[in-house]
Design a protein around this ligand. Sequence first.
Ligand code: ADE
Length: 361
Amino acid sequence: MARKKHIEPEAPAPAHESEVAPAEKQGERAWQAALRPRTFDDYIGQRELIENLRVSVRAARQGGWALDHFLFAGPPGLGKTTLAHVIGNELGVAVHVTSGPAIDHKGMLASLLTSLGEGEVLFIDEIHRLTPIVEENLYPAMEDFKFDLFIGEGPHAKAVTMQLPRFTLLGATTRMGLLSSPLLDRFGFHWQLRYYELEDMTAIVRRSARLIGVTVDDAGAQEIARRARGTPRIANRLLRRVRDFASVEGTGRIDAEIAASSLDRLAVDHVGLDALDRAYLTVVCERFDGGPVGVEAIAASLSEERGTLEEVVEPFLLQVGFIARTPRGRVATAAGYTHLGVTPPAKAPTGGSGSGQGRLF
Ligand code: ADE
Protein backbone atom coordinates (compact mmCIF):
# COMPACT_ATOMS: atom_id res chain seq x y z
CA MET A 1 0.00 0.00 0.00
CA ALA A 2 1.37 3.41 -0.94
CA ARG A 3 2.06 5.43 2.14
CA LYS A 4 1.54 9.12 2.05
CA LYS A 5 2.60 10.86 5.19
CA HIS A 6 0.89 14.05 6.18
CA ILE A 7 3.30 14.84 8.90
CA GLU A 8 4.33 18.23 10.12
CA PRO A 9 7.33 18.49 12.39
CA GLU A 10 6.77 19.41 15.97
CA ALA A 11 6.40 23.17 16.15
CA PRO A 12 9.67 24.86 17.03
CA ALA A 13 10.19 27.42 19.77
CA PRO A 14 7.94 30.51 19.86
CA ALA A 15 7.88 32.56 16.68
CA HIS A 16 10.15 35.56 16.47
CA GLU A 17 11.08 38.07 13.86
CA SER A 18 13.85 36.01 12.27
CA GLU A 19 11.34 33.26 11.42
CA VAL A 20 8.79 35.57 9.85
CA ALA A 21 11.13 37.40 7.50
CA PRO A 22 12.02 34.31 5.36
CA ALA A 23 8.33 33.26 5.36
CA GLU A 24 7.53 36.57 3.67
CA LYS A 25 9.04 35.22 0.46
CA GLN A 26 7.05 31.97 0.58
CA GLY A 27 3.57 33.39 0.26
CA GLU A 28 0.52 33.83 2.44
CA ARG A 29 0.34 30.35 4.03
CA ALA A 30 3.93 30.30 5.24
CA TRP A 31 3.58 33.85 6.47
CA GLN A 32 0.44 33.09 8.44
CA ALA A 33 2.06 29.93 9.84
CA ALA A 34 5.07 31.89 11.05
CA LEU A 35 2.77 34.19 13.02
CA ARG A 36 0.89 31.36 14.73
CA PRO A 37 1.12 31.13 18.48
CA ARG A 38 2.98 28.01 19.54
CA THR A 39 1.95 27.65 23.18
CA PHE A 40 -1.13 28.25 25.32
CA ASP A 41 0.64 31.24 26.86
CA ASP A 42 1.12 32.78 23.40
CA TYR A 43 -2.49 32.23 22.44
CA ILE A 44 -4.65 35.34 22.62
CA GLY A 45 -8.44 35.04 23.07
CA GLN A 46 -10.79 31.98 23.27
CA ARG A 47 -9.92 31.97 26.99
CA GLU A 48 -12.47 29.44 28.20
CA LEU A 49 -11.41 26.96 25.55
CA ILE A 50 -7.71 27.49 26.20
CA GLU A 51 -8.20 26.97 29.94
CA ASN A 52 -10.12 23.75 29.32
CA LEU A 53 -7.44 22.52 26.95
CA ARG A 54 -4.68 23.39 29.43
CA VAL A 55 -6.34 21.15 32.00
CA SER A 56 -6.84 18.24 29.60
CA VAL A 57 -3.31 18.47 28.22
CA ARG A 58 -1.82 18.65 31.71
CA ALA A 59 -3.90 15.65 32.82
CA ALA A 60 -2.83 13.64 29.76
CA ARG A 61 0.81 14.49 30.34
CA GLN A 62 0.66 13.69 34.06
CA GLY A 63 -1.25 10.46 33.51
CA GLY A 64 0.86 9.44 30.53
CA TRP A 65 -2.19 8.79 28.39
CA ALA A 66 -3.22 10.09 24.98
CA LEU A 67 -5.36 13.22 25.01
CA ASP A 68 -9.04 12.60 24.24
CA HIS A 69 -10.44 13.35 20.76
CA PHE A 70 -11.64 16.96 20.43
CA LEU A 71 -13.67 18.73 17.76
CA PHE A 72 -13.41 22.44 16.96
CA ALA A 73 -16.11 24.20 14.96
CA GLY A 74 -16.33 27.70 13.59
CA PRO A 75 -15.81 29.92 10.58
CA PRO A 76 -12.47 29.81 8.71
CA GLY A 77 -9.50 31.68 10.17
CA LEU A 78 -10.44 31.52 13.86
CA GLY A 79 -7.55 29.24 14.78
CA LYS A 80 -8.70 25.62 14.52
CA THR A 81 -5.49 24.49 12.79
CA THR A 82 -3.42 26.71 15.06
CA LEU A 83 -4.98 25.03 18.10
CA ALA A 84 -4.02 21.60 16.78
CA HIS A 85 -0.39 22.71 16.49
CA VAL A 86 -0.44 24.35 19.91
CA ILE A 87 -1.87 21.17 21.47
CA GLY A 88 0.74 19.00 19.73
CA ASN A 89 3.46 21.33 20.88
CA GLU A 90 2.19 21.38 24.47
CA LEU A 91 1.93 17.59 24.48
CA GLY A 92 5.38 17.31 22.90
CA VAL A 93 4.13 15.08 20.07
CA ALA A 94 3.99 15.26 16.27
CA VAL A 95 0.89 16.60 14.55
CA HIS A 96 -0.17 14.83 11.35
CA VAL A 97 -2.30 17.18 9.26
CA THR A 98 -4.86 16.13 6.70
CA SER A 99 -8.39 17.01 5.62
CA GLY A 100 -11.70 15.28 5.01
CA PRO A 101 -11.55 15.53 1.20
CA ALA A 102 -7.91 14.29 1.14
CA ILE A 103 -8.92 10.96 2.74
CA ASP A 104 -10.80 9.79 -0.30
CA HIS A 105 -10.74 6.03 0.35
CA LYS A 106 -10.36 3.54 3.18
CA GLY A 107 -6.76 2.68 2.20
CA MET A 108 -5.77 6.29 2.61
CA LEU A 109 -7.22 6.30 6.12
CA ALA A 110 -5.38 3.05 6.93
CA SER A 111 -2.16 4.59 5.71
CA LEU A 112 -2.62 7.66 7.87
CA LEU A 113 -3.59 5.76 11.00
CA THR A 114 -0.78 3.26 10.75
CA SER A 115 1.78 6.04 10.37
CA LEU A 116 0.84 7.52 13.76
CA GLY A 117 3.12 7.12 16.74
CA GLU A 118 1.96 6.57 20.33
CA GLY A 119 0.12 9.62 21.69
CA GLU A 120 0.48 11.61 18.45
CA VAL A 121 -2.13 13.97 17.05
CA LEU A 122 -4.05 13.42 13.83
CA PHE A 123 -5.69 16.66 12.73
CA ILE A 124 -8.51 16.32 10.19
CA ASP A 125 -9.63 19.66 8.81
CA GLU A 126 -13.05 19.89 7.13
CA ILE A 127 -14.00 16.65 8.86
CA HIS A 128 -17.62 17.09 7.69
CA ARG A 129 -16.38 16.19 4.21
CA LEU A 130 -15.32 12.62 5.01
CA THR A 131 -17.05 9.98 2.88
CA PRO A 132 -19.48 7.71 4.76
CA ILE A 133 -17.18 4.68 4.28
CA VAL A 134 -14.12 6.48 5.62
CA GLU A 135 -16.19 7.85 8.50
CA GLU A 136 -17.46 4.38 9.47
CA ASN A 137 -13.93 3.05 9.49
CA LEU A 138 -12.82 5.89 11.68
CA TYR A 139 -15.24 4.90 14.50
CA PRO A 140 -13.37 1.78 15.74
CA ALA A 141 -10.08 3.65 15.37
CA MET A 142 -11.37 6.45 17.61
CA GLU A 143 -13.08 4.19 20.12
CA ASP A 144 -10.83 1.15 20.45
CA PHE A 145 -7.74 2.13 18.45
CA LYS A 146 -8.52 -0.71 16.05
CA PHE A 147 -8.75 -0.81 12.28
CA ASP A 148 -10.33 -3.59 10.22
CA LEU A 149 -8.56 -4.40 6.98
CA PHE A 150 -9.19 -6.95 4.27
CA ILE A 151 -6.04 -8.47 2.86
CA GLY A 152 -6.23 -10.06 -0.59
CA GLU A 153 -9.25 -10.22 -2.85
CA GLY A 154 -12.21 -12.46 -3.66
CA PRO A 155 -12.63 -15.79 -1.83
CA HIS A 156 -9.09 -15.62 -0.41
CA ALA A 157 -9.60 -12.24 1.25
CA LYS A 158 -8.84 -12.30 4.96
CA ALA A 159 -10.13 -9.89 7.57
CA VAL A 160 -7.39 -8.60 9.82
CA THR A 161 -7.87 -6.27 12.78
CA MET A 162 -4.93 -4.00 13.30
CA GLN A 163 -4.12 -2.53 16.69
CA LEU A 164 -3.27 1.15 16.37
CA PRO A 165 -1.24 3.24 18.78
CA ARG A 166 -3.32 5.37 21.14
CA PHE A 167 -3.64 8.67 19.31
CA THR A 168 -5.62 11.90 19.55
CA LEU A 169 -7.94 12.91 16.76
CA LEU A 170 -8.51 16.64 16.50
CA GLY A 171 -11.29 17.43 14.08
CA ALA A 172 -12.17 20.82 12.64
CA THR A 173 -15.26 21.88 10.82
CA THR A 174 -16.85 25.01 9.48
CA ARG A 175 -20.19 23.14 9.35
CA MET A 176 -21.03 21.51 12.65
CA GLY A 177 -24.57 20.89 11.39
CA LEU A 178 -23.29 18.54 8.67
CA LEU A 179 -21.60 16.15 11.12
CA SER A 180 -23.36 12.87 11.78
CA SER A 181 -24.28 12.17 15.39
CA PRO A 182 -22.26 8.90 15.53
CA LEU A 183 -19.14 10.89 14.64
CA LEU A 184 -19.97 13.70 17.07
CA ASP A 185 -20.55 11.16 19.85
CA ARG A 186 -17.02 9.86 19.50
CA PHE A 187 -15.40 13.16 20.43
CA GLY A 188 -14.62 13.87 24.09
CA PHE A 189 -15.88 17.38 23.56
CA HIS A 190 -16.85 19.79 20.82
CA TRP A 191 -16.32 23.49 20.97
CA GLN A 192 -17.68 26.29 18.84
CA LEU A 193 -14.99 28.93 18.35
CA ARG A 194 -16.29 32.46 18.58
CA TYR A 195 -15.24 35.56 16.69
CA TYR A 196 -12.54 37.35 18.70
CA GLU A 197 -13.28 40.42 20.79
CA LEU A 198 -11.86 43.74 19.60
CA GLU A 199 -9.43 43.84 22.51
CA ASP A 200 -8.02 40.41 21.64
CA MET A 201 -7.85 41.27 17.94
CA THR A 202 -5.90 44.42 18.79
CA ALA A 203 -3.47 42.38 20.88
CA ILE A 204 -3.06 39.91 17.98
CA VAL A 205 -2.29 42.76 15.55
CA ARG A 206 0.26 44.19 17.99
CA ARG A 207 1.91 40.81 18.47
CA SER A 208 2.08 40.13 14.72
CA ALA A 209 3.44 43.63 14.04
CA ARG A 210 6.16 43.02 16.60
CA LEU A 211 7.02 39.69 14.95
CA ILE A 212 7.30 41.25 11.49
CA GLY A 213 9.23 44.22 12.84
CA VAL A 214 6.66 46.92 12.04
CA THR A 215 5.86 49.80 14.38
CA VAL A 216 2.15 50.23 14.97
CA ASP A 217 0.59 52.62 17.48
CA ASP A 218 -2.47 51.73 19.59
CA ALA A 219 -4.96 53.47 17.30
CA GLY A 220 -3.41 51.88 14.20
CA ALA A 221 -3.59 48.39 15.71
CA GLN A 222 -7.18 49.01 16.73
CA GLU A 223 -8.18 50.23 13.27
CA ILE A 224 -6.83 47.05 11.65
CA ALA A 225 -8.39 44.93 14.40
CA ARG A 226 -11.81 46.58 13.97
CA ARG A 227 -11.85 45.79 10.26
CA ALA A 228 -10.64 42.18 10.56
CA ARG A 229 -14.11 40.73 11.28
CA GLY A 230 -13.03 39.09 14.53
CA THR A 231 -10.71 36.74 12.63
CA PRO A 232 -6.96 36.53 13.34
CA ARG A 233 -6.12 35.23 9.86
CA ILE A 234 -7.79 38.29 8.34
CA ALA A 235 -6.05 40.61 10.83
CA ASN A 236 -2.66 39.23 9.80
CA ARG A 237 -3.53 39.57 6.12
CA LEU A 238 -4.70 43.17 6.55
CA LEU A 239 -1.64 44.01 8.64
CA ARG A 240 0.57 42.86 5.79
CA ARG A 241 -1.30 45.02 3.27
CA VAL A 242 -1.29 48.09 5.53
CA ARG A 243 2.42 47.54 6.17
CA ASP A 244 2.93 47.69 2.36
CA PHE A 245 1.11 51.04 2.13
CA ALA A 246 2.92 52.40 5.17
CA SER A 247 6.33 51.50 3.82
CA VAL A 248 5.74 52.63 0.23
CA GLU A 249 3.64 55.74 0.80
CA GLY A 250 4.36 56.64 4.42
CA THR A 251 7.12 56.48 6.99
CA GLY A 252 6.80 52.74 7.55
CA ARG A 253 5.01 53.37 10.83
CA ILE A 254 1.35 52.32 11.10
CA ASP A 255 -1.07 54.77 12.71
CA ALA A 256 -4.87 55.02 12.51
CA GLU A 257 -4.78 57.27 9.47
CA ILE A 258 -2.61 55.08 7.26
CA ALA A 259 -4.50 51.97 8.45
CA ALA A 260 -7.89 53.51 7.63
CA SER A 261 -6.86 54.94 4.27
CA SER A 262 -5.15 51.70 3.15
CA LEU A 263 -8.10 49.56 4.16
CA ASP A 264 -10.56 51.92 2.48
CA ARG A 265 -8.56 51.50 -0.70
CA LEU A 266 -8.67 47.73 -0.27
CA ALA A 267 -12.49 47.97 -0.03
CA VAL A 268 -12.58 46.74 3.56
CA ASP A 269 -15.07 49.00 5.32
CA HIS A 270 -15.04 50.32 8.89
CA VAL A 271 -16.78 47.26 10.36
CA GLY A 272 -14.77 44.80 8.26
CA LEU A 273 -17.19 44.04 5.45
CA ASP A 274 -15.48 43.35 2.15
CA ALA A 275 -16.88 43.60 -1.37
CA LEU A 276 -18.61 40.19 -1.23
CA ASP A 277 -20.24 40.90 2.15
CA ARG A 278 -21.61 44.18 0.83
CA ALA A 279 -22.76 42.58 -2.42
CA TYR A 280 -24.64 39.94 -0.38
CA LEU A 281 -26.32 42.60 1.75
CA THR A 282 -27.15 44.71 -1.29
CA VAL A 283 -28.77 41.75 -3.07
CA VAL A 284 -30.92 40.90 -0.04
CA CYS A 285 -31.97 44.54 0.50
CA GLU A 286 -32.45 45.63 -3.07
CA ARG A 287 -33.12 42.64 -5.31
CA PHE A 288 -35.11 40.66 -2.75
CA ASP A 289 -36.66 43.61 -0.96
CA GLY A 290 -35.06 42.69 2.38
CA GLY A 291 -36.13 39.02 2.22
CA PRO A 292 -37.00 36.46 3.38
CA VAL A 293 -34.90 34.85 0.67
CA GLY A 294 -33.23 31.45 0.40
CA VAL A 295 -29.45 31.17 0.29
CA GLU A 296 -29.66 29.41 -3.12
CA ALA A 297 -31.32 32.47 -4.67
CA ILE A 298 -28.71 34.79 -3.16
CA ALA A 299 -25.90 32.52 -4.40
CA ALA A 300 -27.38 32.50 -7.91
CA SER A 301 -27.69 36.30 -7.93
CA LEU A 302 -24.07 36.72 -6.86
CA SER A 303 -22.71 33.83 -9.00
CA GLU A 304 -21.10 32.60 -5.78
CA GLU A 305 -20.89 29.17 -4.20
CA ARG A 306 -23.61 28.56 -1.64
CA GLY A 307 -20.99 27.02 0.70
CA THR A 308 -18.90 30.22 0.69
CA LEU A 309 -21.94 32.24 1.64
CA GLU A 310 -22.95 29.81 4.39
CA GLU A 311 -19.48 29.28 5.84
CA VAL A 312 -17.82 32.67 5.41
CA VAL A 313 -20.22 35.50 4.61
CA GLU A 314 -23.35 34.72 6.62
CA PRO A 315 -21.75 33.89 9.99
CA PHE A 316 -20.21 37.35 10.18
CA LEU A 317 -23.27 39.21 8.88
CA LEU A 318 -25.31 37.36 11.52
CA GLN A 319 -22.73 38.17 14.18
CA VAL A 320 -22.83 41.91 13.47
CA GLY A 321 -26.63 41.75 13.23
CA PHE A 322 -26.94 42.88 9.58
CA ILE A 323 -29.00 39.83 8.61
CA ALA A 324 -31.20 37.40 10.51
CA ARG A 325 -32.26 33.84 9.75
CA THR A 326 -35.95 32.98 9.70
CA PRO A 327 -37.65 29.69 8.81
CA ARG A 328 -38.51 31.24 5.43
CA GLY A 329 -35.01 32.46 4.61
CA ARG A 330 -32.57 35.28 5.29
CA VAL A 331 -33.77 38.80 6.03
CA ALA A 332 -31.89 42.10 6.16
CA THR A 333 -32.15 43.88 9.50
CA ALA A 334 -32.59 47.60 10.04
CA ALA A 335 -28.88 47.77 10.92
CA GLY A 336 -28.05 46.04 7.63
CA TYR A 337 -29.97 48.64 5.64
CA THR A 338 -28.44 51.47 7.63
CA HIS A 339 -24.96 50.11 7.01
CA LEU A 340 -25.60 50.39 3.26
CA GLY A 341 -26.80 53.96 3.76
CA VAL A 342 -30.40 53.05 2.99
CA THR A 343 -33.38 53.94 5.20
CA PRO A 344 -34.76 50.65 6.53
CA PRO A 345 -38.37 49.78 5.69
CA ALA A 346 -40.75 49.47 8.65
CA LYS A 347 -40.83 45.65 8.31
CA ALA A 348 -37.05 45.25 8.80
CA PRO A 349 -36.27 43.46 12.08
CA THR A 350 -33.95 45.23 14.48
CA GLY A 351 -31.63 42.16 14.57
CA GLY A 352 -29.12 41.19 17.21
CA SER A 353 -25.89 39.34 17.76
CA GLY A 354 -25.99 35.86 16.29
CA SER A 355 -23.32 33.57 17.61
CA GLY A 356 -22.58 32.33 21.09
CA GLN A 357 -19.66 30.54 22.66
CA GLY A 358 -19.83 26.79 22.54
CA ARG A 359 -20.21 24.59 25.58
CA LEU A 360 -18.41 21.54 26.82
CA PHE A 361 -20.27 18.27 26.38
N1 ADE B 1 -2.12 34.73 15.50
C1 ADE B 1 -3.18 34.16 14.95
N2 ADE B 1 -4.05 33.79 15.89
C2 ADE B 1 -3.54 34.15 17.07
C3 ADE B 1 -3.97 34.04 18.41
N3 ADE B 1 -5.14 33.53 18.73
N4 ADE B 1 -3.15 34.49 19.37
C4 ADE B 1 -1.99 35.04 19.05
N5 ADE B 1 -1.53 35.18 17.81
C5 ADE B 1 -2.29 34.74 16.82
